[in-house]
Design a binder for this molecule. Structure first.
Ligand code: PLP
Length: 286
């Protein structure tokens, strides 16, 4: 039995073990849809407002119908009540173009348990390798149909890159552009520390605007950190005083090894971990 909750956008709780999608759903056959993944903690969805805003902008980029945040907030509320407040979970919000044969979009919310791998990454950090993504940082400006910056359901490339790394004993991937710039992880944003400065690559270079990084940058100035968007190269990561891959469910995973090189312990490690914890509790509370 799946340890999951499934709620459709009409607020109905469904059997998460029963067949649900049609075989011609365009998400199934084309990856044609958008989604969000967020953390459920203390019986509520974290950074809900930021995730709903990004879901809307992804939906608009794909010209999917958007009926407003209300039904999503309601369905997410039903799902967290079903899940309970005792344990953390991940929540997915999924919107697809619906059936190829026509009809309304498919829209649902699921909640499931946070994997052991995630808890370990928070606690022990991760190894990562740089891999070329084969795209230029100019891509999003010149080829809007590439949907860079939208969180679409077409994640096969991202998952293939992770399998490539994991087959070589490495936990995660840092994508680089054809110019050799740092882009992002397959499911996270790269943030580095340089003294009391936190730096992340600009979203305009064709990457997803991360809600965790955004929330971190909202709380960090109060803790004495200057936050900046700037082009980064692999050498900047090797020379940094801390490298993190931040994302909604894993939160801050410190990179302890990059391309086989052990990175020194970071003086900012505790600060960044606690600022991300604070950020997901306080920013974008819906
Ligand atoms: N970049 C990519 C490609 C992602 O898939 C994700 C999250 O899934 C992120 C960045 C981080 O985004 P967030 O912090 O909103 O989870």
């Amino acid at each position: 039995m799946a340890d999951q909750v499934l709620v459709t956008l009409d607020g109905q709780v469904r059997d998460a073990d029963a067949p649900f999608l049609y075989a011609d759903d365009l998400a199934v056959v084309r990856g044609d849809g958008v989604f969000e993944t967020l953390l459920v903690r203390g019986g509520r969805p974290c950074k809900a407002a930021l995730h709903l805003a990004r879901l809307e902008s992804s939906a608009r980029a794909l010209e999917l119908p958007w009926i407003g945040p209300g039904p999503w907030t309601h369905a997410a509320g039903v799902a967290v009540r079903e899940w309970g407040g005792d344990r953390e979970g991940w929540m997915r919000l999924v919107l697809t173009r619906g059936r190829e044969s026509g009809g309304p979009p498919t829209a649902f919310v699921t909640v499931g348990p946070v994997a052991e791998r995630v808890v370990r990454a928070r606690r022990e950090g991760i190894s990562a390798m740089t891999l070329p993504r084969g795209i230029s940082v100019d891509m999003s400006a010149t080829t809007p149909w590439e949907l860079a910056g939208a969180k679409t359901l077409s994640y096969a490339t991202n998952m293939a890159a992770l399998r490539y790394a994991q087959a070589r004993g490495v936990d995660d991937v840092v994508f680089t552009s054809s110019e050799g710039r740092i882009l992002e992880g397959p499911r996270s944003t790269v943030v580095i520390a340089r003294g009391k400065k936190l730096i992340t690559p600009p979203p305009e270079q064709g990457i997803l605007a991360g809600t965790t990084q955004k929330a971190l940058f909202e709380v960090a100035p109060d803790k004495g950190y200057v936050c900046e968007y700037a082009a980064l190269y692999p050498d900047d990561l090797l020379a940094a005083e801390g490298v993190w891959m931040v994302s909604s469910v894993t939160l801050a995973a410190r990179v302890h090894t990059l391309d086989g090189v052990a990175l020194p312990p970071s003086a900012a490690a505790e600060d960044v971990a606690s600022m991300v914890e604070l950020a997901v509790e306080e920013v974008g509370v819906g």
